[in-house]
Design a protein. Sequence first.
Length: 265
Amino acid sequence: MNVPCGLIQDLLPLYYDEVCSQESRSLVEEHLAECPACRQRLADLSVPLPTPEEEEETAALKEVQTTWKKTRRRARWKGVAIALVAIFLAVCPLWLTIHKGTDIPTEDIQISQACQLEDGTVVFHFYIDDGKSLDTLLVEETDDGSVYFTPKRALLEPRRTSEYGLYNTYIAFSVTQDPEKVNPHASYNLGGDVPAVYVGTPKDRILIWERGEDLPPASPAMETMMETQYIPFWETYRPSFDWEGYHQALESVLGDEMAGKEETT
């Protein structure tokens, strides 16, 4: 007989408690022999109901499990955050040290001994007095043709340990178009169309020379220094460059004219 499961499941409690009629009992047993779902429903009736204490324990266990899952999730995100912070702290100082993108304000730059050689080459002394090192000096041209010597450094540039370095040196540039008048020892040959030369940036600058300006003539000692001792640092400068020896070579010619002599002795 094909009896609906709903009807059999309504009879299962009576069947389980053995209070149904024999006819109903036979009907249930015949159906159970063919229906695993109703057999499982009958087996469920034999599972004892939880006591109030057990229900409280189950609820407490579920709460503990929920709290533990939340704690584990927070711990996981906390670990990710700590890892990201650690990576940032490790990489950021390295980037700040390597990245040479910070301009040096002109209030920390001293320009002295600007003069002009017989061949027209302009020479001046460049010094940064903030006590930090320097290894980057860019030469940039703006739209109007002006040239800027722009010292740049990292935000975490180290303190210098001596007064011998790129932050304390002579710079020479030529502004002539006559190849016969270009000083081969000049650091930079800028051509004859440059209207002005500055140290710094267009927003913060020190004028070194402008077209039509007559700078003081170089002394014989300066002429000799440029002819015999001046080294174009853009070709020879390396991290291991002997700045102290270079300064001593300059002083051997310039003597008391050596800029910054009082600071370096």
